[in-house]
Each structure stands twice: as C-alpha cells, then as structure tokens.
Design a protein around this ligand. Sequence first.
Ligand SMILES: NC(=O)c1ccc[n+]([C@@H]2O[C@H](COP(=O)([O-])OP(=O)(O)OC[C@H]3O[C@@H](n4cnc5c(N)ncnc54)[C@H](O)[C@@H]3O)[C@@H](O)[C@H]2O)c1
Length: 426
Amino acid sequence: MSEIVVIGAGYVGLTSSVCLAHLGHNVTCVDIDSNKVDLLNRGEVPIYEARLPELLQEGQGKESLRFTTELEAAVSASEFIFLCLPTPQEPDGNADISAVVSVMNQICPTLAPGSIIINKSTVPIGTSAQLIQAIGRTDISLVSNPEFLREGVAVTDFLQPDRILIGASDREAAEKVAGLYQAIDAPVIHVDLASAETIKYATNSFLATKVSFVNALAAVCEAVGADIESVTRGLGSDQRIGSRFLQPGPGWGGSCFPKDMEALITTASAAGYEFDLLRAVVKANEQQFDRLVAKIEDLVTGDLSNSTIGVLGLTFKAHTDDMRNSPALEIVQRLASKGCTIKAYDPMVKNEKGLPTTFALAPTIEEAVRASDIAVILTEWPDFNRANWAAMRDTMKAPRVLDGRNILDRSQMLEMGYDYQDLGRL
Ligand SMILES: NC(=O)c1ccc[n+]([C@@H]2O[C@H](COP(=O)([O-])OP(=O)(O)OC[C@H]3O[C@@H](n4cnc5c(N)ncnc54)[C@H](O)[C@@H]3O)[C@@H](O)[C@H]2O)c1
C-alpha cells in the first residue's frame, strides 16, 4: 500500500482517487473547490459517472480515501503526488498549464526527498522537461502518466485500460509508478517524457480524425446512394482499421478532443511543422455542425425563424453529464441564431445554468417534442431509442425527425409516417 495524493477532484482526479483506493492504496484527494470537497466528504459525487458512488463509499468505508483543501499538509506526507488539473485551451490554441505550474510551485518546497510527481493532466509536448528544470530539486522526480479514460465508463477504463503509459527520464521512478498499478492487468509502456506527452495528443487527434472521416463518409453515402452501416461494417472488419469510432454523429466535441487538437496543431507549428491534416479535420468538424443545421432546414423546408425545434440530448455524449464543448450545444447555438424556438431535453441536464439563454429545457422527451416542427436527436441516450415515437407523432406540429446519432430504427420510423432522416443510412 502506498501513500498517494491526487490533486484535482474532477473527472480524472476523482476517478483516479477512488480507483487507486480500490487498488489498495491510501489516497488523499485535494481540490481548491471547498464545496466539492465538502460534498465528497459527505459521500456525495458531484458528477455523473458510473461506479463512482460505489467506489467512493468503499474507499471512505475502509478509511483509505479522504478529501481536503489542505494542499501542503497532504503532499508533505506522501511519496506519490498525482496532478489531475485542468489544462483548458487558451485563445491562441495553446493549452493553459497555469494550474499545473501554480500547484508545482506550491508543492515543490514542501515535498519530502524521494517524492514522485505523476502528471496525468494533458500538457503540451515538452512541458514535463520544463517543469523538471523549474523544480530545481534533484531529490524529487516527475513522471508523465497520461490518462486515456473515457467519460461515461471512466472507472472501467481506469481499472481495465488498454495500456498504462509511463514517460520518464528516471527509470527507477518510472518503475515505482508502474508498481502502483501492479494489480491492473494491462501492458505498461515505458517511454521518454516527450513521447508520452505526444502519445496522448496523438491518440485524441487520431480518434477525432476517425470520427470526422466517418462523418464525411456518411455524407458520401447519402450522395451516392450507399449505406453507411454496411460500409462501416465492411470497413471496420479490416483489423488495420477496427470498428470502433466509426459511428457517424453530429461532430466530435467534449472537454478534450477540441483543445487537444488545437494544442497539437499549435505545438507542431511552433516547432516548425504545419499539421494541415489536423487543421482540415477541425474544419470538417465545423462543417459537420453546419451540415446538421442544413439538414434540419431542408426537412423543415426553409425558413427556420418561425420553427420550434425539439432537441433531444445536450451532453457531448451519452452516459455523462458533461456539456463542455458539446456538439449538441454547437448545433443549438446555430439554430438559435436563426431565430428558432428551441425546447431541449436531456436526462442529465436539469437546469439552465451555463446554457445559451435562447432555449428552454423541457422536463420530458414528450414535452420537448410536443408541438415542435421537428425532433432532432443530438446525443445517443438510450432513452431516445426507447421513447414511444408512435404516440409522440400526433403531438408534433409535423412528424419530422433528424436522427443525428443514427439510433432509431429507420424502417420503423418511416412506417410510422415520419419524415425521417439520419446520417447516411439507406
Ligand atoms: N475528462 C476526461 O475525459 C479526460 C480524459 C483524459 C485526460 N484528461 C485531462 O486530465 C486533466 C483534468 O481533466 P478533468 O476533465 O478531470 O478536469 P475537471 O475540470 O473535471 O477537474 C479539474 C479539477 O481540478 C480542480 N483544480 C483546479 N485548480 C486547482 C488547484 N490549483 N488545486 C487543486 N485543485 C484544482 C478543479 O476544482 C476541478 O475539480 C486535463 O488536462 C484533461 O485534458 C481528461
């Protein structure tokens, strides 16, 4: 059992904390947000993420997991310090690492000799090397340990990862960090610091590219009369390609892909390489948002300004409450700017805080769809699949559906008399 401090109690930090406690370590999780810390100390989880409540309860029950705002006191007694801090996008595309730098400045004078700082935040390539220089202490180490969990299945991804990536210039520290994950059955990949940072950006950029590729392919299918589901079945069964991330949708988003794409483009450019391929992917994603709006315009036949749109789904994907950079919000904002009335329903969104002011939240799927000119599915919540579309049809001003996630049964919707469109299916 090791003494671990995790700094940051967000999606990554909280998941890491409960999972490391589950693996048998003694974990103190620190956050500057005292409300969040109070909530967690009462056993309540501030975000919606499967399995977090159970593991929080388990850790607190075993007294191997605690939450605090007292940073210096926590780190002085620990050998391993995980950084799970936000690295949002700056206006110039770079990642803002000020939270990481500020915490490093705070903790470094207090750390005991032999301590290892383990960075899980996604930081620009070269940051770890700069931080090591800035620490000015040779008796503590910094290891890069990028996190690949997906929101919605974060706990499962943490405990059953495809790989554990450890970047370090100090092999002994890297081995100690690998030892923390001993109970996890996954390959450990040891690389240098810059390569670890690059792998994280490369992974997200590649996945975003794959999504944009399939979105473009769905548009081609529509144009040439092919079926995207048949195409992706054939395409994805090629083991060099794989079937995951081949589902067309409204575009990629979320708290990571957009900022990580921009950060890689910016870092590469500053280092002398213009990553035009990724620039094209970012542009294709913007076009995808516009394409969905154009499809809505086509279905409603023209001027949207007098239309009421029932939007189903606001989170950036299903099984999370996270709306940061949600494609759904991108599309809603475009619709709102055309003067539409928008009623939106999402099972995880219960108040208007942080939402564009121009639309109202509906309490149910039925209310969002009632009296609307079109229903638009933007998040793949299973609730939308299970909804009683036959009953809802007659409550709409016109029975039209744009299924932006390809989740409904196309032939059933047509049989029910809907003017139904999806993305590239026949
Ligand atoms: N969310 C994901 O799916 C995901 C996956 C992999 C990697 N990442 C990366 O992990 C990092 C964290 O992401 P996240 O989604 O968990 O962020 P988040 O915004 O959910 O959580 C960050 C937490 O850090 C706290 N914090 C901010 N400044 C602090 C400080 N000075 N001291 C202590 N706590 C502080 C905040 O209060 C918040 O609770 C980012 O670099 C992100 O790119 C995120």
